[in-house]
Each structure stands twice: as structure tokens, then as C-alpha cells.
Ligand binder design. Structure first.
Ligand SMILES: NC(=O)c1ccc[n+]([C@@H]2O[C@H](COP(=O)([O-])OP(=O)(O)OC[C@H]3O[C@@H](n4cnc5c(N)ncnc54)[C@H](O)[C@@H]3O)[C@@H](O)[C@H]2O)c1
Length: 437
């Protein structure tokens, strides 16, 4: 039995702030309103629909996760965000074309009043976008101060007890760690020097963490995955998580690949291609933004299959990922996978997957769960990288000396065991020998 961690009560309102009020963010916000009005159910959300087994299989204790750990109720969520366009959440959701107009009209009053604050944006980091609704200041440090004023204002105007921030804005260009990312001191100096290694997403993350607000990164940008942010999060007692929501094709990969490996089936090649026509697709049409996404998508198989441990099965695996911008499809992405596997005596086989998915429908419950779990983490005194939330990410952040865990089922076990640990319940190992004593 683990020690029972003191958990602060989830009293009062929780503000959920999102840089980027596009397809994902508006589908999330509108979805919560629809659920609150009884128009639908929170399908896909572990915090709302998931259960957790406690104790022995003979005990029949399987509460819902939200009844087991104290999470903020949907009625206590308040939303805010920034965007480079002035559209309110109703208009932006209409433009995104994910949810039907008839549904949006039923919750119009709730979502129309959410208007974006001016963004911190620089086209050098997202080549395909141009927006006017943007803050102006002398340095990047001043921009961070302006974001902190937005955060404080949001808290005061809505009488919030706590806040979280989830990055739902566009994917920025590919960036590597720079020496200025090393410490909080060098990072702050670089912001004041308007250094190019400080991307807009990092300015939001800095403002969030410096304000004591947990931060999750839904895109593959470097953002909080740098030592300066880890240091700041530690010093401020703030939980952080990232990166890149694990939805469509990568979700399928992290479901299937552990299965192939479990049965020692070899892999010669895995070719993945996508067509999508939303703004995310348009942004990813730029090679520099695509490179950021590609890195995030490619890492998954290597970590799961461990070709250095299983060279006979996975060395030489050819893995390719393509994303094609194809406007007619809008948010309804189509992801094809061709998987060349081999089995006994090396005989080859093929698997074809055609996933007609809806990107933002898959991402919205992840935003909800991350917001609620990060808030829980903060109420439990957890700070820095929250590896137990790897379940939600394509490129999970972890301690520098570790490799990330990508297997969806190990990630889920880790998440649930973390919840059991927090509540002083026995961890579940699935050993089960005691049933046969
Ligand atoms: N939908 C998914 O399945 C999924 C999965 C993984 C990651 N993501 C990532 O989530 C992000 C959002 O996806 P989406 O489909 O909602 O895209 P979107 O293009 O519909 O929305 C992004 C919004 O961010 C705004 N924006 C861009 N830069 C900004 C900045 N600096 N500050 C404030 N606003 C800014 C854009 O104007 C746009 O409204 C993307 O980075 C995407 O790669 C999405």
C-alpha cells in the first residue's frame, strides 16, 4: 500500500486557457457545453467515462475515475484563449467545420461570448499563417509580461480558483535545443535580446509556468521540452506535459506495434500517408512545420519495437510518414497504413489500414483529460514533467536519462497506477498468483 498523498480539494472554478482557438480548441469547448446541456456524452474521455479497478479481481471494486480521484466538474470549467484571428469560438467552430451548425446553434450563447485575446505570434515560426490580432512589444520578455496580464485578468474577471494552459495553436517550424534554452537565466536574457531561438509557444509556456499555471503542449513544437522550462516548473511547483496529442494514425501505431512485438512478428516496412484539409493540414504543408510533425511521428516505432534489442525482427525497418494537404476533406482526415510484416520462417504478410478519422473529434477529449489531470497533479503537489500523462502524447516528455514510453497499454497502466498511488491503493501488477494459492 502506498502512502496516501494529500490532495487539495477541487473547490471553485478551473480556468482552461488555450493559445489557438482553432478546430481542436473549439471542438473541445463546444463539446463541453453540449455535454453540460445533455446533448451528448463525453465519449473518448478517460476522466469522464473511464473506470479503474481497485484491489483484487474478486473485490469487484471498479469505480469511475472521476469518482475515485477528485477532479474538477465540467460545470466548473471556464474557457479562454488567444488567437491571431478575431473570430469568437462560435464563428471559429463554424469555420473549422467539425461540428454541425445545428449543434453549435443550440449552445451558441455559451460559446459566442468567448473572444480571443491578442496572440503572441511571429510568421517566421508558422510560415503559412498571417494574422493581425497580434500583440506588439519591444522584446519577447515584454510579450511574456503581457500574456501574464491576460492570465491574471482572466482569473480575476471570472473568480477562478485555479488555471491550466493547453497549447492548441498551430505547429511551429522545427527547432533544436539552443544553448539559450539551458537555464531560466539564459532563457530570460534571450527573451530580452529578442533571440530567434525563443519561439512564440515558448513565450506562452514561460508566462504560464511563471504564473504558477500547469502547461500541456498539444503540438510537436519544442516549447516546454527544454531544460529552462523544466527548471522553472520545478522552482514554481508547476506540472508540465507534452508533446503532440496522440490521435489518428499514431494512436493506431501505438496500439498495433506493441501487439506485433508481443507475438515476435517481424516488420520490413511501415508506410503511412494522410490526406487532410483543415488549417492544420495547410500549416503542415510547409516543409518546416511538417519536419516538426514528422520527427514526432517517426520516433514512435523505434521506441516500441527496440530494434537494438530485436535486430532479427526490426533492424532495417523502413518507416515513412507523409501528410498531404487536400482541402476537400476538411477536418475529416484519411490515414492509410501499409504494414509489411513477416512471421514463421520469414514468410511475408501485409496489413492495410484505412482510418477515416476526425482529427478534432479525437483530440478534444484529450484536451479535457489533460486539463483535469494537470490540475489534479498540481493539487497533489506534483511538479515538472508528468510522465504518467504519456498516454496522451505522440512524443511523451520524460526525464533526460530515460527513453519515452510509447506503448499505449503500458502508458495506461502507468496512468492508472499513478492514480492508485495517489490515493494509497495497492498498485496492480497483474501477477495474480494469489488466486491459485
Ligand atoms: N487534431 C488532432 O488530431 C491533432 C493531433 C495532434 C496535434 N494537433 C496539433 O494541435 C494544434 C491545433 O490543431 P487544429 O486542428 O486545431 O489547428 P487549427 O489550425 O484549426 O487551429 C490552430 C489555431 O491556432 C492559431 N494560432 C497559430 N499560431 C498562434 C499563436 N502563436 N498564438 C495564438 N494562436 C495561434 C491559428 O490561428 C488557429 O486558429 C496543431 O498544432 C496540431 O498539429 C492536433
Amino acid at each position: 500500500m502506498s502512502e496516501n498523498t494529500p490532495i487539495e480539494k477541487a473547490e471553485g472554478k478551473l480556468g482552461v486557457m488555450m493559445p489557438g482557438l482553432g478546430a481542436v480548441a473549439t471542438t473541445f469547448i463546444a463539446g463541453i457545453q453540449a455535454v453540460k446541456h445533455g446533448l451528448s456524452q463525453p465519449y473518448g474521455s478517460l476522466t469522464q467515462m473511464g473506470t479503474i479497478r481497485l484491489g483484487k479481481r474478486t473485490e469487484n471494486r471498479v469505480p469511475k475515475i472521476k469518482d475515485f480521484v477528485e477532479l474538477t466538474g465540467l460545470g466548473d470549467l471556464v474557457f479562454g484563449g488567444w488567437d491571431i484571428f478575431t473570430d469568437n469560438v462560435y464563428q471559429s467552430a463554424l469555420n473549422a467545420g467539425v461540428l454541425r451548425k445545428e449543434l453549435l446553434d443550440q449552445i451558441r450563447d455559451d460559446i459566442e461570448r468567448i473572444e480571443p485575446w491578442k496572440a503572441v505570434f511571429d510568421q517566421n515560426y508558422v510560415k503559412k499563417l498571417h494574422g493581425e490580432h497580434v500583440k506588439k512589444a519591444a522584446t519577447k520578455y515584454d510579450l511574456a509580461q503581457m500574456l501574464m496580464e491576460d492570465i491574471q485578468g482572466f482569473k480575476e474577471q471570472n473568480g477562478l480558483s485555479r488555471m491550466v494552459m493547453v497549447w492548441c495553436a498551430s505547429t511551429e517550424i522545427f527547432m533544436r535545443q539552443d544553448p539559450v534554452h539551458k537555464t531560466v537565466e539564459s532563457f530570460e536574457k534571450a527573451m530580452k535580446d529578442i533571440h530567434p531561438a525563443i519561439a512564440p509557444s515558448m513565450i506562452y509556456a514561460y508566462a504560464s509556468i511563471a504564473s504558477g499555471v500547469p502547461f500541456a503542449n498539444g503540438a510537436p513544437n519544442l516549447t516546454v521540452d527544454i531544460p529552462a522550462m523544466h527548471e522553472l516548473a520545478g522552482a514554481k511547483g508547476v506540472p508540465i506535459a507534452g508533446k503532440d496529442f496522440k490521435t489518428g494514425q499514431t494512436l493506431m501505431k501505438t496500439i498495433l506495434a506493441p501487439g506485433f512485438k508481443a507475438r515476435l512478428l517481424g516488420l520490413n516496412g511501415w508506410f503511412s500517408t494522410n490526406i487532410l484539409g483543415n488549417r492544420d493540414g495547410e500549416v503542415l504543408d510547409d516543409p518546416e512545420s511538417f519536419k516538426t510533425k514528422e520527427e514526432s511521428k517517426l520516433g514512435v516505432l523505434d521506441y516500441i519495437l527496440q530494434p537494438h534489442v530485436y535486430p532479427e525482427l526490426y533492424k532495417g525497418l523502413y518507416h515513412k510518414v507523409r501528410i498531404n494537404y487536400y482541402p476537400p476533406r476538411g477536418d475529416n482526415k484519411e490515414g492509410w497504413d501499409n504494414i509489411d510484416i513477416f512471421g514463421w520462417l520469414g514468410y511475408p504478410m501485409q496489413i492495410k489500414i484505412d482510418f477515416l478519422c476526425r482529427d478534432s473529434i479525437l483530440a478534444a477529449p484529450i484536451v479535457l483529460d489533460l486539463a483535469l489531470f494537470l490540475d489534479l497533479a498540481q493539487r497533489c503537489g506534483m511538479k515538472g514533467i508528468q510522465e504518467w500523462l504519456s498516454f496522451y502524447f505522440k512524443s511523451p516528455m520524460c526525464a533526460p536519462e530515460l527513453y519515452p514510453e510509447h506503448d499505449l497499454f503500458i502508458q495506461l497502466m502507468k496512468l492508472k497506477n499513478t492514480l492508485r498511488h495517489l490515493k494509497g491503493e495497492e498498485l496492480i501488477t497483474h501477477l495474480g498468483l494469489e488466486y491459485y494459492d
